[in-house]
Design a protein around this ligand. Structure first.
Ligand code: SF4
Length: 492
């Protein structure tokens, strides 16, 4: 017998027995209590999370499950009995960093007897699992994106058998349900409304590792949000690879707009955000819902990826540059002050200088408040990785620098208009730059560091903007009125 177990669960033929999760959690609780009695300390865990908000949310579930089992979280710098990696495979450099970080932990694992659990998107790829199995013996449990709820059983299996466990589901089971979660923020919470993606953009690995789109039933989503409101959360961010197509797989149309209207009725929730919106699925009824629902923040993340229709077609984005610009116009007619952000890929295969100029032109025309720019990174298994006309790295890098400089100047100019305005800010805590300041976000999703004479944490307060840059605002809190009682204009 080898020193590891490979389990191939197939959810369509073998569903998890309903009590299995609870039984595994209970068994781990007993082990951890015995350990604490024997050693005089509780066992600990820490998290190392990469990638998008979906991964951050998955990490909260891992944390919730581990705490149910009796583990206590420690900081990034402290030794831990269990180290959980939630991995990302969207870009090659993220994968390289993850291998590097796992490699660096070999000594810590040997000295402290720590075990690494590796999960997330990267682990859905067979070649990655094989590399982990052969080269990283400190990784004791490998799980994927579809079976996070199995972590207690897999960990229990490792601890009782001392055989490494590799369990990847190649197909998803049910859409995510209500698992325990330890939320990272006391006032803002992520709520997954759909998992997976049906779009198959030619550069993207996500549909290959997270599967086809599966929407959670609206009642489940609302139940979770009502629970969050009861726990004092003020802001929720609805998550999906494409929230605009929420419900399509359930045979419903415009369900996302209906969801926003339903959330509007939930007492206690004061702000609603969502991401990500695919431009091809952003309907007029959704634009109306955003305008009508007062709790929906004045911010839309609308990834364009390229300003060239030719490149968009090769990306399989299913809209043209003209259709995107028309959509932006329609949104701005309804919501003139809305803050817009986007994602841009520079150096996609076949991108000519003219294509790149089209992107620069589109960025200038839209006038984004923020833009997340990425150098194209070929991902094994995606169509674009096999395209023969890859852009040389030095050309792509020079274009990236030009676009970055241009967007930073444009965003700085836009932000300057906010100086002197009074904006609503949800105060999240103390500023990371200066502990004497408080930090929070505007409805338009801008970070604000500000002074305050009374503790504003957890409240939506009015802040006068004194200085504005591309990535932050600086201000002072106004006193005398609770801003949640009435709307304020120009919530940028
Ligand atoms: S919409 Fe495209 S880029 Fe976004 S997750 Fe789906 S395939 Fe990837």
């Amino acid at each position: 017998m080898g020193d590891y177990l490979i389990r191939e669960h197939h959810p369509k033929v073998e569903m998890l027995p309903s009590g299995a999760l609870q039984a595994a959690v209970l068994a781990m609780q007993v082990r951890n209590q015995a350990y604490a009695l024997d050693k005089g300390r509780t066992r600990t865990y820490r998290l190392d999370v990469y990638g998008c908000q979906m991964n951050e949310r998955d990490a909260e579930t891992c944390a919730g499950l581990l705490e149910e089992m009796g583990f206590t979280r420690v900081t990034d710098r402290e030794p831990a009995d269990i180290i959980v990696f939630v991995t990302c495979c969207v870009r090659e450099n993220a994968e390289d960093r993850i291998y590097g970080h796992i490699g660096m932990l070999a000594q810590e694992c040997q000295e402290n007897g720590s075990a690494i659990l590796a999960g997330g998107c990267m682990m859905q790829q067979a070649h990655v699992v094989e590399k982990i199995r052969k080269s990283y013996p400190q990784v004791k449990v490998v799980f994927g994106t579809h079976n996070i709820h199995r972590v207690p059983e897999l960990l229990h299996s490792w601890e009782t058998s001392r055989k490494r466990v590799f369990e990847i589901w190649d197909e998803p089971g049910d859409a995510p349900g209500l698992l325990p979660a330890t939320r990272t923020d006391p006032f803002r919470a992520w709520v997954v409304i759909a998992a997976g993606c049906d779009n198959y953009c030619t550069y993207c690995i996500v549909p290959h590792v997270r599967g086809r789109e599966r929407s959670r039933p609206m009642e489940d989503v609302l139940l979770e949000i009502r629970g969050l409101a009861g726990q004092g959360f003020k802001e929720i961010t609805l998550l999906g690879q494409n929230v605009n197509s929420y419900g399509n797989d359930l045979g419903k149309t415009d369900l996302f707009a209906a969801l926003l209207h339903q959330i509007e009725e939930i007492d206690g929730i004061e702000r609603v955000r969502f991401m990500t919106s695919h431009p091809k699925d952003l309907s007029d009824s959704l634009v109306s819902a955003m305008k009508e629902c007062r709790k929906v923040c004045s911010h839309l993340h609308l990834p364009v990826q390229s300003g060239s229709s030719g490149i968009l077609q090769r990306m399989n984005r299913k809209y043209t540059r003209e259709q995107y610009l028309d959509l932006v116009d329609r949104i701005r007619v309804e919501m003139p002050d809305i803050s817009l952000s986007t994602d841009l890929i520079v150096g996609f295969p076949g991108e000519s200088e003219d294509d790149f100029e089209d992107t620069c032109d589109l960025v200038r025309r839209v006038g984004y408040d923020f833009a997340f720019m990425f150098l194209y990174s070929p991902r094994k298994g995606t169509p674009a990785a096999a395209y023969s006309d890859q852009v040389p790295a030095d050309v792509a890098s020079a274009r990236f620098q030009r676009l970055l400089k241009m967007q930073t100047e444009l965003a700085t100019g836009k932000a300057k208009h906010l100086e002197g305005q009074v904006l609503e800010v949800l105060a999240e805590g103390h500023s990371k730059e200066d502990a004497a300041l408080y930090a929070g976000r505007t409805s338009g999703n801008r970070l604000v560091n500000f002074t305050a004479s009374v503790d504003p944490i957890g409240k939506i307060v009015r802040v006068r903007i004194i200085r504005a840059g591309a990535f932050w605002l600086q201000g002072e809190m106004m006193t005398g009125r609770n801003t949640t009682e009435e709307p304020w204009p120009n919530q940028n």
